[in-house]
Design a protein around this ligand. Structure first.
Ligand code: NCD
Ligand code: ZN
Length: 347
């Protein structure tokens, strides 16, 4: 039995660090274990140009202690992007790539894309500069069931993007279904990130017998057992098309009250790598954790692999139920529960 893991330091290819007070509370959970993070641009005023991206990057850097930490920011695609600024941002490394949020698909997506044709000029620029398109892959429509949004997005939109821009590298983010994961496997130039929660809970946990657990409600919503099993299988296989993206998405508990409209998002960064280790252990695949957490991602993003290492040991500990400071309270995913792996911070 393996009781100690020494892996190349991970990167998180999809995380929400937010801004202001929330940023100051949550950023340390990501920097404690990652060398780089793709920090999502869906702020209240989304990051749609280089000026906003530069400001946000410096806000993030001033919220953290670790000097070596690198925040990477994708441009939030809209129907009317300034294409010159976008191109300059890609060339100068201000943007790591671009993020497609379909309009009204998730938190702060009200500036999102109303029709994929509107972003074809931006996709052409991405393809030309060999930069990745990151996708929140859900199609939202009155007649589409919330559990089928990923499938419809793939069938109706992603296949069109795929055909029109065959060389464009795509990351289907937080893949949540067997259908989505199979699509990633079967197509070229596409990879997927997988969250811990999509490999740990199913819709039964979220929707229970008669009431929703607001803290387990996220987009894309977690699905059936068969989906969880497929995602575990692919993540743990070591296949280079899948890598770590927590989608840790903190919301204050006031935005998680069942009486109001509940904001989607699960806050997992206080125990994310620990949960991934537990999942890989359960699947007898600890030897593949490093590929998923630290190798497959940088390869797909054409970036170097980290030099530092991270150590985890097999030791039970209990995560606090909430992350709190005097103004904000956030429910931790697995908060109040026993965690089986522990990060060794200093040796
Ligand atoms: C994210 C958030 O809160 O910003 N929510 C979520 O449920 N995952 C947005 C997103 O990635 O969909
Ligand atoms: Zn997200």
């Amino acid at each position: 039995m393996m009781n100690r893991l020494n892996i190349i330091k991970p990167d998180d290819w999809h995380v929400h660090l937010r801004e202001g007070k929330m940023l100051n509370i949550v950023s340390k959970f990501s920097t404690r274990i990652n060398n780089r993070c793709i920090v999502m641009p869906n702020l209240t005023i989304p990051i749609t140009n280089t000026e906003l991206a530069k400001k946000y990057k410096s806000q993030i850097l001033s919220s953290i202690q670790e000097e070596s930490f690198i925040p990477l920011i994708p441009c939030y695609l809209t129907d009317n992007l300034d294409l010159k600024d976008f191109r300059d941002g890609l060339i100068n490394g201000i943007f790591i790539g671009a993020k497609l949020y379909p309009l009204n698909s998730t938190t702060n997506s009200d500036y999102g894309v109303s029709n994929i044709e509107k972003i074809f000029p931006a996709l052409e620029i991405l393809e030309e500069h060999n930069k990745n398109l990151l996708i929140h892959g859900e199609k939202v429509a009155e007649i589409i069931d919330i559990f089928d949004r990923e499938k419809y997005f793939i069938d109706d939109e992603l296949t069109i993007i795929r055909k029109k821009f065959p060389k464009l590298n795509i990351v289907l983010e937080h893949v949540s279904s067997k259908y989505g994961a199979d699509f990633v496997i079967e197509n070229n130039n596409i990879a997927g990130t997988i969250t811990p929660h999509h490999m740990l809970i199913t819709k039964k946990d979220v929707f229970g017998e008669n009431e929703i657990d607001p803290n387990l409600f996220c987009m894309p919503v977690v699905k059936e057992e068969k989906d969880l099993i497929a995602l575990r299988k692919y993540a743990c296989s070591g296949n280079s098309k899948f890598f770590l993206g927590t989608d840790s998405a903190p919301h204050p508990d006031t935005d998680k009250e069942p009486s109001k409209s509940i904001k989607p998002g699960i806050f997992s960064s206080p125990c994310s790598i620990e949960l991934y280790a537990e999942i890989f252990e359960q699947e007898n695949s600890l030897q593949n954790l490093e590929k998923f957490s630290s190798i497959n991602g940088p390869k797909f993003y054409n970036l170097s692999i980290n030099k530092d290492k991270l150590t985890l040991i097999k030791e039970n500990w209990k995560l606090d139920k909430f992350t709190v400071n005097n103004e904000i309270k956030i429910k931790n995913f697995f908060g109040g529960e026993e965690i089986k792996w522990k990060v060794v911070l200093q040796e």
